[in-house]
Design a protein around this ligand. Sequence first.
Ligand code: ADP
Ligand code: MG
Length: 372
Amino acid sequence: MDVTFRHLTKRFPARRGSSAKEVIAVDDFDFTISDGELVGLLGPSGCGKSTALNLICGLLTPTEGEIFFGEENVTAIPVEKRGVGMVFQNYALYPHLTVYQNIIFPLQNLKGKDRLTREQMRAKAEEAARLVQIGALMDRHPSELSGGQQQRVAIARALVKLPRILLLDEPLSNLDARLRLQTREEIRRIQLETGITTIFVTHDQEEAMSISDRIVVMRDGRVQQIGAPQTIYDDPANLFVAQFLGTPPINVFHGTLQGRRLLMGGVPVLATDTDEIRQITVAIRPEGFIVDPSVPFSCSLQAVEVMGRDVSCVCTHPAMVNESGRMRAIIDAGTRPDAGVSDVHFRLKPEKVLLFDPDTGERLYAELSTLR
Ligand SMILES: Nc1ncnc2c1ncn2[C@@H]1O[C@H](COP(=O)(O)OP(=O)(O)O)[C@@H](O)[C@H]1O
Ligand SMILES: [Mg+2]
């Protein structure tokens, strides 16, 4: 089932007598999620992710705009008729019911022709439990389960009615690091096995990158960019997106375009095809540096962190936009600077260097190449 948004907007009006201003939590969503796709909705806390999910499932009514499931306009259809499965961060299981009773809960109040017999419910619950691999836990209560198991039960409960769309709101946030990794792989497997169109909300860029077919990056209610994880990482539309994706984060410098060269801290680092002369924001991925004593661009080395095959050089440089900040250059362990060295010279990989407008943060495109 594909999902289409047409100018979908949700405003929360300012409260009377309060100093808080109107919030536009979802601002003009206008795109389509394809059938069977897993889309990661990614952005910082408060950017409108949960509001967007609540609009899709019908818990909230939009201020403007429409939502379609396939050809059907569902904007005015109530929650229980939309055929949406929801999973929340806090599992939200009924503590006094067993796993089995929790899973069949959504099936119990079906009316008329949709009514199910006990045997039919049992079969559906067993199928959902099999998918999330909790078949052996059916008689336990939630308090007798680990966090990861509880979240599987919540997913089984969302799947038992065979939803048209599956919505997951930060489902891994309450799990420890190892379970988070394991459960996200599980979610991907279940999603591929069922083929259900899925929207996965997270503020964790690594999580979104690892699980999604496409990512929708949001900021202050507005979509910043939509694309495959690798595309968004390699080719971000603006500085916000460039900085939001990647660990360690992208390094940001003041730079100048002049004489067909890109200068940083007054020294040339790359050649460019543009004759423009201007100030520019330069962002360099940590993997974009190569140690090369023969070039003039030099950073002050603060520490070397061992990462196994690679090492991370933690440096400072006066042209960094965040002056007190540190930059990280990830280099091959074989090229690591000797102990006691205070300055490292770096050559830059042109494809890892991105240019932005210093005022708007919008991406600027100029051909960059190694200086000869
Ligand atoms: N019921 C509400 N009334 C007023 N403001 C709200 C309400 N729900 C959310 N907001 C505001 O809308 C914005 C987006 O919130 P939310 O969708 O929860 O963000 P996220 O899930 O990305 O953290 C925030 O500024 C939040 O304070
Ligand atoms: Mg939220």
